[in-house]
Design a protein around this ligand. Structure first.
Ligand SMILES: NC(=O)c1ccc[n+]([C@@H]2O[C@H](COP(=O)([O-])OP(=O)(O)OC[C@H]3O[C@@H](n4cnc5c(N)ncnc54)[C@H](O)[C@@H]3O)[C@@H](O)[C@H]2O)c1
Length: 450
């Protein structure tokens, strides 16, 4: 294989050791691959060297602690660290500006540093999320400034990162890797690389442009699907139908290559990707004169969910005869996604803002989020335990889908929360039987579409 060593494991440089870089670097090192993490934030490098995990991802903390000091995983701010690497994986951030346009500064700085250090026979893999054409028209020319030519001297491919937060380490050894490049040698080397280092299959596409589009298409689909579920929830609420019954039965219909697959409604969409990638696609299309209405609509529907959620909670309090301005509300779960402690763009922040804006006092509890960070970012009172959060409140709002809250029995709430109080279910935690039990115990139940 022209761009990979034949008789030894490839050495890998991961450039940008944020969320994606960290998960990937740790997974490769755990599989016995020598990895150097190149990161331009010296404070982050110091933390990583001390074995401290910068990302709230299950399993990564433990793996980093295990690997601390191991020659399999080292960190540096110095780009010379990639001189020995056979494969350079680029995982820097690709934010969008206020118009949805991809900001390529991080990617450009990386290419400028990698170009003069590139040696013949190397393979460069772009994992960052970008608009179609970025690898071909931006990354390739910047790397070729170093004097080498892609496909002849080095391989260049795009393999968009597709891991889901909260499940990244589990998925990394299973999920097929999408590969697209401008030439057969680079593509073949990349396919071989992923099969060798992670034993995962690859899905080869005819171009890097197509591979780049896969990532955008996937997040476009997820966001649009959730938006449909969120509007279906509002539809069901208007007819007093439980949306989870409708989704469960709808999803039993075979359609296309699988079944209908309506995702769960919720209190909004957060995180680093779903909030920006659809806009990145929308803007890139606009720049070519194509207006994508599903993206625009889905983004607005999902962005409207936190305000809708807060309205439902306040409305139910009024129905219970409570003055929202004097109410105490327990918010259970503040992360944007169940099973993670990630607060980036969490819709819970906006819900809490609306509740506090109406005068309510909010107590938050999230077992997966550092209390100091929660206090700093969310601005409300932080409770030490679930019991402390809910005790004596007028409403308990479950807003993040953590598995920890699945086994909160209605009886436990009854002992801590004076009925009649509201139980608001933002993530469809409760089964029909549990809802009936909550009502028997004197609670008022409301969920999104329930
Ligand atoms: N977070 C996710 O769940 C996820 C999932 C799939 C894809 N992606 C995509 O992967 C890419 C990375 O995402 P992330 O969440 O890891 O971003 P991040 O912001 O957490 O990490 C990027 C890291 O790159 C570092 N960096 C920036 N410029 C650098 C440079 N010139 N040299 C070295 N390091 C540099 C930053 O300091 C930061 O630590 C993005 O394109 C994102 O859209 C993210």
């Amino acid at each position: 294989m022209r761009f990979l060593p034949e008789h030894r494991s490839p050495r890998v440089a991961v450039v940008g050791f944020g969320y994606v870089g960290c998960c990937l670097g740790v997974a490769l090192a755990e599989n016995g691959i020598t990895v150097v993490g190149i990161e331009n934030d010296p404070a982050l490098v110091a933390r990583l060297r001390a074995g401290q995990c910068p990302v709230p991802e299950p399993g990564v903390t433990e793996a980093l602690a295990r690997l601390a000091g191991s020659p399999d995983l080292s960190f540096t701010t110095d780009y010379d660290g990639l001189l020995d690497a056979d494969v350079v994986v680029i995982t820097v951030g690709t934010p969008v500006d206020e118009h949805g346009s991809l900001m390529t500064e991080q990617l450009e700085r990386v290419c400028e540093q990698v170009a003069p250090r590139l040696r013949p026979g190397r393979l460069v893999i772009v994992k960052s999320t970008v608009v179609p054409g970025t690898t071909r028209t931006l990354v390739a020319p910047l790397l070729e400034h170093g004097g080498l030519t892609q496909e002849r001297d080095f391989g260049l491919v795009c393999c968009p990162e597709r891991l889901a937060e909260g499940e990244a380490l589990a998925q990394i050894g299973e999920l097929p890797v999408v590969v697209g490049g401008s030439g057969p040698e680079g593509v073949a080397a990349a396919a071989r690389f992923w099969e060798r280092v992670l034993s995962v299959p690859t899905r080869v596409l005819p171009s890097s442009d197509a591979a780049e589009t896969v990532k955008l298409a996937t997040n476009w689909w997820i966001d649009a699907n959730v938006a449909m579920a969120n509007e279906l929830a509002q539809f069901c609420a208007a007819f007093d139908i439980d949306v989870t019954d409708v989704i469960g039965a709808s999803n039993s219909l075979p359609k296309g290559a699988g079944n209908v697959n309506i995702l769960q409604p919720g209190i909004g969409v957060g995180g680093a990707c779903l909030t920006k990638d659809p806009w990145m696609a929308w803007r890139a299309a606009m720049d070519r004169g194509v207006r994508l209405r599903t993206i625009d609509t889905a983004r607005r529907v999902n962005d409207g969910m936190p305000a809708y959620t807060a309205e439902m909670i306040l409305e139910e309090l009024v129905k219970l005869g409570r003055d929202p301005a004097a109410a105490e509300i327990a918010v259970l779960g503040v992360a944007f996604k169940g099973g993670t402690g990630d607060l980036r763009n969490t819709p819970v922040k906006e819900v809490v803002g609306h509740l506090r804006g109406a005068g309510a006092r909010v107590r938050m509890y999230d077992p997966l989020v550092d209390p100091d960070r929660m206090r700093a970012e969310m601005g409300a009172t932080v409770a030490d335990s679930l019991d402390d959060a809910v005790r004596g409140t007028d409403a308990v709002a479950l807003l993040a889908g953590h598995p920890q809250f699945r086994d909160v029995p209605p009886e436990r709430l009854r002992d801590l929360v004076p009925a009649p109080a509201l139980v608001f279910d933002g993530r469809s935690y409760f089964t029909a039987e549990e809802i009936a039990r909550l009502r028997e115990l004197g609670f008022h139940y409301r969920g999104v579409g329930r």
